[in-house]
Design a binder for this molecule. Structure first.
Ligand SMILES: CSCC[C@H](NC=O)C(=O)O
Length: 134
């Protein structure tokens, strides 16, 4: 593995996505669909694209969030997570309930409230494209 190249993709902040990145959204959705047996969410830098795009699995339902920003978070707790980009399990701080501004797949602005595991995945993936690994 080229660790220098990997580090530049995993540990650097990603840029906001634009409509020119629609194919990246499709590619990320396809990649998560192909890895749903071992993965519940992905950020675009996991496929080498430093754009603020994530995809999240809620059971069989997979949805993308473009340029997501957490606008409210409540209920801090400590937990442990694993990550496809790392070995093992590591401790991290998460919030039980979050509100998020984002663009949907058609680049239309949305606002959503999430809790539980879905909120945890969203927080993990936003950290991921921000260059923060658990
Ligand atoms: C609990 S959030 C874990 C998310 C992780 N995806 C990697 O970015 C995964 O294991 O799918």
């Amino acid at each position: 593995m080229d660790y220098e190249k990997a580090a530049s993709v995993w540990l650097e902040k990603s840029e906001p996505a634009t409509e020119a990145d629609k194919q990246v959204v499709e590619d990320l959705l396809d990649t998560l669909r192909a890895n749903q047996d071992r993965c519940v969410g992905m950020a675009a830098n996991m496929i080498g694209v430093k754009k603020q795009i994530i995809v999240v699995a809620m059971g069989p339902f997979i949805f993308p969030m473009i340029n997501p920003v957490i606008t409210k978070k409540t209920g801090e707790y400590q937990t442990e997570e694993s990550c496809l980009s790392l070995d093992g399990v590591r401790p991290c701080t998460r919030y039980k309930e979050i509100e998020v501004d984002y663009l949907d797949q058609d680049f239309q602005p949305k606002h959503g409230k999430y809790n539980g595991f879905t909120a945890q995945i969203i927080q993990h993936e936003i950290d991921h494209f921000s260059g923060v690994l658990i």
